[in-house]
Design a protein around this ligand. Structure first.
Ligand code: PEP
Length: 253
């Protein structure tokens, strides 16, 4: 098992005051702890503030998406260099909400991952099947093709910079969680796919988070699975106590 990485995806939630308060509470509680890696992913407009609050702490800050271009006429978009400028070290790429609502394809996601790495940002690359794909027994096909397209032409050295988040779409924001065994099985599949494409060392060391309705009650069982190296948390990351309890569950493994 790798060092656990617990990341909070705040999505399009919170006011600026609430975001500042949440970051301050997380940072205050985790002051000297580095047993678990922790990250928060606020909205773009709060990144500068939250990076300021968490600067010098053990909590990393990232964006929820980025454009693959460096700069230019892309109204409404944010680039990797801009994220670096405000102090981000991480970025979520390929979240199912980006894939489904904003029609992001595997090839766009591949471009974004390459761009993020070229700007020194560490991507959390999200993959996961929809309910109907699981029902049709296509989970491994779908996740396998998201992986191979998303990682196309990346070297093992580049892949080592990534975290992968397995997020079954049917478990995101639904209160329906994959069982620890179901999640572990897909994580093992992801690791074996990385091993076949790259090598054993890359597969063993890459962190694979689980995401989908993780909360303080189910965190210990999920995170205790041998192939699960952390969690990407949506709803439960918006409240300091529940996020901190998930981090404690990871720390206690
Ligand atoms: C997510 O959006 O990545 C997520 C896992 O959300 P939730 O924890 O709310 O299911």
């Amino acid at each position: 098992m790798n060092k656990q990485f617990i990341a909070g995806n705040w999505k399009m939630n919170l006011t600026l005051d609430e975001a500042r308060d949440l970051a301050t509470k997380i940072c205050g509680t985790l002051a000297n702890s580095d047993v678990v890696d922790v990250g928060v992913f606020p909205s773009y407009v709060f990144l500068n503030d939250i990076c300021g609050i968490l600067n010098g702490s053990n909590v990393v800050v990232g964006a929820q998406d980025m454009n693959n271009e460096n700069s230019g006429a892309f109204t409404g978009e944010v680039s990797g260099p801009m994220l670096r400028d405000v102090g981000c070290t991480h970025v979520i790429i390929g979240h199912s909400e980006r894939r489904i609502i904003f029609h992001e394809t595997n090839s766009i996601i591949n471009l974004k991952i390459k761009a993020a790495l070229s700007y020194g940002l560490s991507p959390i690359f999200c993959v996961g099947e929809k309910q109907e794909e699981r029902d049709a027994d296509r989970t491994n096909d779908i996740v396998g093709s998201q992986l191979s397209c998303g990682l196309e032409s990346l070297t093992a050295e580049q892949v080592k910079e990534l975290t992968i988040a397995y997020e079954p779409v049917w478990a995101i924001g639904t209160g329906k969680t994959a069982s620890p065994e179901q999640a572990n099985e897909v994580h093992a599949f992801i690791r074996s796919a990385i091993e076949s494409e790259y090598d054993n060392d890359t597969a063993k060391n890459i962190r694979i988070q689980y995401g989908g309705s993780v909360n303080p009650k189910n965190a210990k069982d999920l995170l205790g699975q041998p192939e699960i190296d952390g969690a990407l948390v949506g709803g439960a990351s918006l409240e300091p106590n529940s996020f901190l309890e998930i981090i404690s569950a990871a720390a206690g493994l």
